[in-house]
Design a protein around this ligand. Sequence first.
Ligand code: DX5
Ligand code: ZN
Length: 216
Amino acid sequence: MIKISPSILASDFANLEKEIKKIDEAGADLIHIDVMDGCFVPNISFGLPVISAIRKCTDKPFDVHLMIDAPERYIEEFKKAGADIITVHAEATRHLHRTLQSIKALGLKAGVALNPGTDESVIKYVLDQTDMVLVMTVNPGFGGQKFIPETVDKIRRVKELIGDRNIDIQVDGGISAANVSVVIDAGANVIVAGSAIFNAPSAKEEIDKMKSCVTK
Ligand code: DX5
Ligand code: ZN
């Protein structure tokens, strides 16, 4: 079973409540929330007060993707704001193992994100602390970028490293119903899509199309 996690980075920020209800009703399994600090990535999005404010708009789990330096400083705050899954970048934290431990100790799911240029071997010794590996399929920082095809091989390698452990593989960046089957075939089971879903004439149709690719 694949899960779809629409990224609200591509939504209309002037109508966030309406946009979140739209993807909730369209069949989103998770709500992907991109937090950017202007240091780890060259863009600033939104932070804690916005997440707290939108928590009331849906019961779907909040899949919080932290593109911030030293994310360990804010784990508790993101839990308080309503996060269910917190994903940190392997490149952004000095003590990846400890950071994942602290996410799990709070009863949340812990994710590790890998930039396109990052070797997947960094996850090897933290797998027992990991619920999800996020393979970035674009360089983080912006929505609407072009999918990087070299990342498909990385998804396969991550799947091999995971073996029979119960760990999700998430992909994020440049994904739409048109190319989702290649990442699913490689082993991804949690699909993030921003512009493809929010810019589609029907979010539900786009989500349904993505889910139907599994059976192909
Ligand atoms: C990029 C973000 C993504 C982004 C995806 O840094 O992590 O979640 O919103 O947007 P699309 O699907 O438009 O590439
Ligand atoms: Zn993201």
